[in-house]
Design a protein around this ligand. Sequence first.
Ligand code: 8YV
Length: 318
Amino acid sequence: MTQSPTRNTSVLIIGALLPGLQEKVEGQFAATRYWQLDNAQAWVSENGAGVKAVVTTGAYGLTADLLGQLPNLEAIFSFGVGYDSIPVDAAKARGIVVTNTPGVLDDCVADLALALMLDVSRRISEADRFVRAGKWLQGKFPLAVKLGGKKLGVVGLGNIGQAIAKRAEAFGMQILYHNRSRKPGVSYEYFADLDAMIDACDVLVLAVPGGKATDGLIGAGQLAKLGKTGYLINIARGTVVDQPALVAALQQGVIAGAGLDVFEKEPQVPEALLTMDNVVLLPHVGSGTHETRQAMGDLVWANIESYYQNGKKLITAV
Ligand code: 8YV
């Protein structure tokens, strides 16, 4: 954007953004760093009515309470594909537009899902700990499990689910999927019934959006169906799994192991998981590469620019 007609437009940034994106937002708008306000409530009471746009991320989201205190809000621009932390329905009911960053992170999230599958089945992190602890000097590392030839059950065959399936196929896995509806033009075996697919698969990967519709989708019953040789991989949202049920299933050997990039209340990870060797724990880094985060930041900015310079046209509206 050249000399900006938006210089006086009040924008609230909920949490720290990718530095380049934050610089652009702060350079073009009257931006306020919400997370650095000494008295956020006082600021909102005084200035909330002036705020026209919010820039946030999937992690910071926007509370329904704060949304309610921004009566003239017009747009919410979010960094991240998931928008379960944003009250989208309430926003839309007020005519507020919401954008996210789909498409640009599929490859990296899918790569990470495969990394977790390989790690937990081939016991890579565990083997690394074995070497570092000097245990190799005392004996051999136990055998692991081959991925090729196993059945992968994908829950949610959207862009990320399809990118995972494509990679898993290259590793010789057979792909099954559960989705609200059958995907046209897809040859993988479709299961309308989630439990039936879990019964049939060796590795279950979750690639559905978070939010009410998928809350607790995987509970004790599903974990029992996955069974003692089955692995659970979650790169979606922690809320998709009943976390206490997962911890219990791992403690009792109900499933073989888990690869988790997401948790119910990040950054809190259940204490019991920290000492388990058959669990790989990552700090929500699915999209966390320089390249992908840059692409996400660019897409947030492209939406902002397009909205303000191109007649409120959005590139990736939710
Ligand atoms: C981001 C994500 O780390 O896109 C998503 O939905 O979960 C991740 O890519 C997150 O949104 C950034 O806060």
